[in-house]
Design a binder for this molecule. Sequence first.
Ligand code: NAD
Length: 260
Amino acid sequence: MGAQLNEPNRGRAVLVTGAARGIGWAIAQRFAAAGDRVAILDLMAGEDPEELVAWLDGTGHVVVQADLTDGEAVLAAVDSAAAQLGGRLDILVNNAGIFTAHPVTEVDYATWQEQWRATLGVNLVGAANVTWCAIRHMKEQARGGRIINISSRGAFRGEPDVPAYGASKAGLNSLTQSLALALAPYRIAVSAVAPGFVATDMTTDWLKPPGGDEIRAQSPFGRVAEPDEIAAAVFYLASAQAEWASGAILDLNGASYLRS
Ligand code: NAD
């Protein structure tokens, strides 16, 4: 693709949402280890954000704090991240998400409505807003860009106890494909990964026995994923070689759910 986005895969400006821990943190580590500069956008960044990025390889990493449900805060945070990364943004990873049970037959109506509002607000509308803000920077760049969305197996398999979550990730998949079409003229490739269960703080309680044993048995490998395995796929989708993966939704579920 010529002297475009990332030849070699170093020194790029990468914004990862929800990267203070879990999968996002593994993604931040993966890019930092490759010589890229990372901006972590998160609701929580600990008492000392500087201390958080000090754990990453290399230098020039930053933390910007924002609640994804606050559109104005998102705009300010993305602009701040781009400015601190040298006035550019090459890669956006929409990773922040929430996953809270709300079985339809068990929760009251007020809880039901609140769960839908909160879950769609972060997982779908939040990601859409970060994306709008990031594209302002990316589309001015002749080298193009990459957007990778962290979706979920639940978008395809269903989430009986967490239906707003499944819907939010199905919506994120649709957003991925719409923007893959809209942004190709700007050489911005947009893709998603759809992990099954991953061992993070989000799933600690779910993965405790006996329920956790059932979850691990969903995969013929008899385990769930580690965050590094998701980060490796995201790193590939952000590479110069992955322009042709635009529009793809990559299953990362250890063959626990095979969709046709
Ligand atoms: P996690 O709970 O460990 O981390 C999520 C991060 O997002 C946290 O740092 C949190 O502060 C941040 N965040 C949450 N709400 C926010 C908000 N309103 N504004 C800004 N930041 C916010 O979760 P994880 O397991 O690392 O999951 C990361 C992503 O991967 C999520 O989108 C999740 O849906 C997806 N995913 C996770 C799994 C899994 O099993 N862990 C499986 C499939 C997909």
